[in-house]
Design a protein around this ligand. Sequence first.
Ligand SMILES: [Mg+2]
Length: 369
Amino acid sequence: MKITKIEIYKLNVPLKEPFIISLGVIKTANSIVLKIHTDQGVYGTGEGNPYMFIVGETQDADFEYAKMLSKLILGKNPLEIETRLAEIDRILKFNPTVKSAFDMALYDILGKYTGLPLYKLWGGTNNREIITDMTVSIDTPEKMVKDALRFKQAGFPAIKVKLGDNLKNDVARIVAIREAIGYDIPLRIDANQGWDTITAINTLKALAKYDIEHCEAPIPRWNVSDLPYVRAQSPIAIMADESLFDHHDAFRLANTKSCDYFNIKLSKSGGLNTALKIVSIAEAAGIKSQVGCMSETRFGLTALMHLVIARKNIVHFDLDSALMLADDPVTGGIVYKEKGSVTLSDDLPGIGADFDQKYLDKMEKIIVS
Ligand SMILES: [Mg+2]
């Protein structure tokens, strides 16, 4: 099998309302979408959604990189995934989000070629109950209470709250939310690296009595050497997110006992291939995993869902980005049901989802052939 042509799209999907975290504001989901075609009629689709304040990539930069990487793999065998990804890694350092789009499309081809959904290729059984939490943007306590109440009433089993401001304001936010929603629903928090070490420890201690399930990224990625200390002092479980990109990060975090959980995102890991390696390290180290997202559509989340179905080490699911989009440009794939339930019922080969071509046709596009 040979790669004959690659279509690259700048996919822009509006959000229902701005998504605000301590690092910045997202108003439109700007993804890179690929369609990798082959000489055997099979094609694979991939999506990467770059958050520049986390991965350093933008849609424009990824569009250029995607052209370059397309030329690199054109004419080669897409089934040799390890070799193709190694070639990509050799010429382009970092930039995991654009790489994840290629990784996803290559796995989609492998699944379609073998006639199996990806989770079946990885030996999974599609009988897991997957329920996504829903995220409250960082804002005034009043606005955050309103959102948390709305999500609780919609039946989400857990609410994730964006923090990372300072002790006084962040504690006030959680106090207000707990007073409004009560204690019968788990709260998870995410500081997105917004605290320094002392602020993190003091804030986590102050929040202990509000029944918090875990805290993502309490301190900056660059200060990863302080994370074991923060974890040792914290009464709340620590989840590595921005300090965990690839399997090398996972190995270091496990080795230094820096966290209780990993947060795996394909946009950070460079795709499914490395995500599988991270899960293996988690299993070996006795660390549990969460999967998360940037602002992917249901397509990127469906690719991630195959990993979730196949690996029981993944116990928390933050699969809410598609719920924040004003449009759904995806056909097939995961379905959101009541109370945060997410299912993948169609047993289609590969990722089992695709983009509505009419939606893609409205977007800027280039073909490498
Ligand atoms: Mg996070």
